[in-house]
Design a protein around this ligand. Structure first.
Ligand code: CTP
Ligand code: CA
Length: 222
């Protein structure tokens, strides 16, 4: 409430938020994953709830301790990109805004073995198949009252690829954030960003807590 001074400007808004990473398993003990901890997504869910929104959180793999501090909200826990896709597609019709901060896999192993594979039997090279883009699918289903907000974690020039993703995925806005600075990106408690909208608005957010960045994003959206 520090950041909102008690304002409930998202009251009546239904916000669907994805957080954390996905894991694409090859067998019960090996997976393709990423370093997402869920801190940004959980900050978004917290900020939206404090501002009065009705929040649904689709939670991938996150640091378990973070969930204990969450305000009361509907939470759906998933592990794989496919489970995240199912959860988001089913919750999407009841959402006004979707904020997709999850780090979703781009590829998955082409096969899954129920039994643990002995080391010598591990496929090498490992056959991969593409993971469908969840946001791009939501964009196809989007109704006029709905808004899609993506994240783009980038190294180097963060803005050019983020703008390309905003256009390619037909999003309403995208949050470009660096992952190659000491105080931003995966696992950090702080972040910084450039937020771009399809309308052409652009705002730079200087390094701040992830909760503060979440509030800057909700200030930017309307
Ligand atoms: N995203 C998604 N489904 C995927 C992959 C990504 O919905 N299978 C979403 C992410 O949650 C994020 C946005 O798309 O909100 C951008 O993700 P990003 O990984 O930056 O973009 P990609 O299109 O996957 O491109 P690349 O990884 O090559 O940079
Ligand atoms: Ca990706």
């Amino acid at each position: 409430l520090l950041h909102t001074r008690g304002k409930r400007d998202l009251a009546g808004k239904r916000i669907l938020i994805s957080a954390g990473g996905t894991r694409e398993y090859l067998d019960p003990v090996r997976f393709i994953g990423n370093p997402s901890t869920g801190k940004m997504g959980i900050a978004l869910a917290t900020a939206a709830a404090h501002r009065g929104a009705s929040v649904t959180l689709v939670c991938g793999c996150v640091e378990p301790t973070l969930l204990a501090a969450l305000p009361k909200m509907k939470t759906i826990s998933v592990t794989t990109a496919s489970e995240m896709e199912t959860a988001l597609l089913s919750a999407f019709p009841d959402a006004d805004w979707v904020v997709m901060s999850a780090a979703v896999a781009d590829v998955k192993p082409a096969t899954y073995s129920q039994e643990k594979l002995p080391k010598p039997s591990l496929p090498n090279p490992l056959p991969l198949e593409p993971v469908p883009d969840i946001l791009a699918q939501l964009a196809q289903l989007k109704q006029p009252h709905q808004k899609l907000i993506g994240f783009a974690a980038q190294t180097g020039d963060i803005e050019t690829p983020a703008r390309e993703k905003l256009n390619r995925k037909k999003l309403d806005a995208i949050v470009a954030n660096p992952i190659d600075r000491p105080d931003a990106g995966f696992g950090s408690n702080t972040n910084e960003a450039i937020i771009l909208s399809a309308r052409g608005d652009r705002v730079t957010i200087e390094p701040c807590s992830k909760l503060k960045l979440a509030h800057h994003l909700f200030d930017f959206l309307d």
